[in-house]
Design a binder for this molecule. Structure first.
Ligand SMILES: [Zn+2]
Length: 267
C-alpha cells in the first residue's frame, strides 16, 4: 500500500486525497507522458434537476460508466453548476492544450478502455485520483465538490495527464520555506511539497500547478533567490489572486510549455 497523498488547493481546500503515484520515470515524474489521445471524458451529473433519478436517466448515466449506489445515487452526481464548471474546464483545455492531448466528452464510456470520469463528492474536496495513467486502472477519477472552480478543475486534469505541482520542483529549496499549521500537519500537507524531480523549462510561479502563498494548512516564506525569481517573472504582488502565485484564472505560459514538452503537438 502506498501512503495516502493529499493535495491542498490554492483556495485552502484539499485538492487531492489519493494513493501516491508511481513515478513513470524515476526522479522525473513531471515528464510522465501517460496517455495517447484522444482521451474519453464522461460526466456523472444530474440530468433532470429537481427530480429523483428516473430509470431513463439511470441508464444514460450507467452508459457513461457512472457509479450509482442504490441508496442516494444523487450524492455521486454533479449539480448543474458543477457540471458547467467541468465543461468550462474542458473548454479551457480545448483552447490551450488540444494540440497536445485531446479530451473528448462522451455519452458512453469506452468498453474495456481507459477514460476520465468526473463524479461528485461531498465537502470541499476537489481531487484527482493518482497521477497520469495507471497501468491497472480503467477509470481515472476526478472528484468534484460543488465549490470546485473551472481552473481548479483544469489543475486536476493536468494531474490526470501526468503533471505534478510546480512547487515540487527541486528549485523549491532555494526559493522558499514552508511552515505547516497544526491542521496542515495533521493532514500530511508536507507531502504536497515533496521534491518530485525536474520539470521542463524554468520555474513558473504563475503556473496553475502552483499553490498560493498561504492557506489554513501552510504558509510559504520566500528566500532571497525566490524573491529574485518572482521579480524576474514580473510578479510584484505574489498574493494577487489573478496575477500572483497560485492564481486560478488563466493557463500560464509555463503550463503551455510543459504540456507541449510532455505531449508534443499533433500534426
Ligand atoms: Zn494538485
Amino acid at each position: 500500500m502506498r501512503k495516502p497523498w493529499r493535495v491542498i488547493s490554492a483556495s485552502g481546500t484539499v485538492l487531492m486525497l489519493a494513493a501516491a503515484p508511481a513515478p513513470a520515470r524515476a526522479g522525473n515524474v513531471m515528464r510522465a507522458r501517460t496517455w495517447t489521445g484522444p482521451v474519453t471524458v464522461t460526466i456523472c451529473e444530474v440530468l433532470t434537476p429537481g427530480k429523483s433519478l428516473s430509470e431513463e436517466d439511470r441508464k444514460k448515466l450507467l452508459a457513461r460508466g457512472c457509479d450509482l449506489p442504490v441508496k442516494d445515487p444523487e450524492t455521486k452526481l454533479l449539480t448543474p453548476t458543477a457540471a458547467a464548471h467541468v465543461r468550462a474546464a474542458l473548454g479551457v483545455w480545448k483552447t490551450n492544450y488540444e494540440k497536445n492531448i485531446v479530451l473528448t466528452e462522451a455519452d458512453s464510456a469506452p468498453t474495456g478502455g481507459r477514460y476520465i470520469r468526473f463524479s461528485r463528492v461531498e465537502g470541499e474536496i476537489c481531487s484527482s485520483v493518482g497521477l497520469g495513467k495507471s497501468s491497472t486502472r480503467i477509470i481515472h477519477e476526478v472528484h468534484v465538490a460543488d465549490s470546485c472552480g473551472t481552473y481548479t478543475l483544469v489543475h486536476e486534469l493536468m494531474h490526470r495527464v501526468g503533471i505534478v505541482h510546480e512547487h515540487q520542483r527541486k528549485e523549491q529549496v532555494s526559493y522558499f520555506t514552508v511552515k505547516y499549521t497544526a491542521l496542515g500537519n495533521s493532514l500530511g500537507a508536507s507531502d504536497q511539497f515533496k521534491i518530485e524531480g525536474d520539470k521542463s523549462g524554468s520555474y513558473d510561479f504563475r503556473s496553475l500547478m502552483h499553490y498560493q502563498l498561504s492557506n489554513k494548512y501552510f504558509t510559504i516564506t520566500m528566500l532571497p533567490d525566490g524573491e529574485k525569481a518572482l521579480k524576474a517573472q514580473g510578479i510584484t504582488n505574489p498574493a494577487d489572486k489573478s496575477n500572483g502565485v497560485g492564481q486560478r484564472v488563466a493557463v500560464s505560459a509555463g503550463d503551455k510549455a510543459a504540456m507541449a514538452d510532455l505531449y508534443g503537438a499533433h500534426p
